[in-house]
Unconditional design. Structure first.
Length: 190
């Protein structure tokens, strides 16, 4: 006597941005072969200190806690895709902290991923008509606490952001991957 196990098949739900990428896989793969580097001067990091709500632009203080930081990327998406109605944003960006000891020997320590605002941090649809700048957010915490016994020195933000346009253009790639790399100084009060 043989027994057979009954298997139930459950439908798989894919986010809309992923479906768009899969449907245009050859074009997306061709676009992914060459990434577009974003000049680090155009990338800004603005954080709001948790106690006094003091704004910090492109720098942090080691002893302050940052529950909300925003990375702003002024990407020229409407110029790249003038007929697009919606942009789909998939970020893979993280912040790390460089901290060193008294002899100068340093380590890179993870801080937090930078994600889309809203309900779905990894997939976001942005109407093309209201797009101004791409924003990713994170809670970076306190650099001194993350460094432990080391001295916090630099916050580095790096990774990739893939943006797809809908409807897909007939004459160009529907998706582009942007390389993000920027560093911001962490100062210590004296």
């Amino acid at each position: 006597m043989t027994r057979t196990a009954a298997r139930t098949v459950r439908p798989v739900r894919l986010p809309l941005a992923l479906v768009l990428v899969l449907l245009t896989a050859p074009q997306a793969q061709a676009a992914a072969l060459h990434s577009v580097s974003v000049p680090r001067e155009r990338i800004s990091l603005s954080c709001v200190e948790g106690y006094a709500q003091a704004p910090r632009l492109n720098f942090l203080l080691a002893d302050e806690t940052y529950p909300r930081c925003v990375l702003r990327l002024p990407l020229a998406l409407r110029e790249r895709w003038p007929t697009a109605q919606t942009f789909f944003v998939v970020p893979r960006v993280a912040a790390t902290l460089y901290a060193h000891d008294t002899r100068g020997k340093g380590h890179w320590l993870p801080l937090a991923p930078l994600v889309n605002p809203g309900d779905d941090p990894l997939h976001r649809a942005v109407p093309a008509g209201t797009y101004r700048t791409l924003e990713l957010g994170a809670a970076l915490g306190q650099p001194a606490r993350a460094a432990g016994d080391l001295t916090p020195d630099t916050v580095s933000v790096g990774g990739k952001v893939t943006v797809c346009a809908a409807p897909a253009p007939a004459d160009g790639p529907p998706c582009v991957t942007f390389d993000i790399a920027a560093r911001y100084r962490v100062y210590t009060r004296t």
